[in-house]
Ligand binder design. Sequence first.
Ligand code: ADP
Length: 190
Amino acid sequence: MRILILGPQGSGKGTQAKLVASSLGIPHVATGDMLRAAVANGSELGRRVQPILERGDLVPDELMVELIRARLVDEDGFVLDGFPRTVPQAEALDAMLDEIAKPLDVVLLLEVSDEVSLERLLGRRADEGRSDDAPDAIENRLRLYHELTEPVVERYRAKGTLAPVDGEQPVDDVAREIEDALGRVGAPQA
Ligand code: ADP
């Protein structure tokens, strides 16, 4: 099953993506994790993206599309988290998956208000110390989400593949709603 999960920063996207991936036995492909791993191992890619991540800006589309193409090429199923974040990225993803006749089965959207996002991100900062969880970078990331990623949400809503889920509930309730949504798409539950 090919699942895309969308939602603003702090919506619990990463947490839910991991749960779904492990329950279905498919990889959790998270671009933020891939980029942070590149920074941590000091690769050329890592050196290039480090200042971008710290500001909470977006890595250029071309670079992200190539990264994701290489990562998804041999996968039949996945939970994709953090990509696409812009309309050009979504167009590239859809074209890429159409080419290999492996379209997305469902696009989950975790809905949370900006207030809840902010509160959770500031809390996470204390726990995890992510350098892009500083207030300026958080504000920038949420602004970019509204400006560039919401049009991606609307694109999938128009295609009829969007399954909205209330992300302000406790983790277990969100997970249950997601399971129901996947059941409706006819997911072979592992
Ligand atoms: P969050 O969703 O909380 O911002 P992520 O871990 O998904 O965190 O991403 C961290 C950072 O990695 C982003 O702020 C951005 O700089 C970069 N990034 C991740 N995915 C993409 C993408 N698809 N396009 C551009 N930049 C990305």
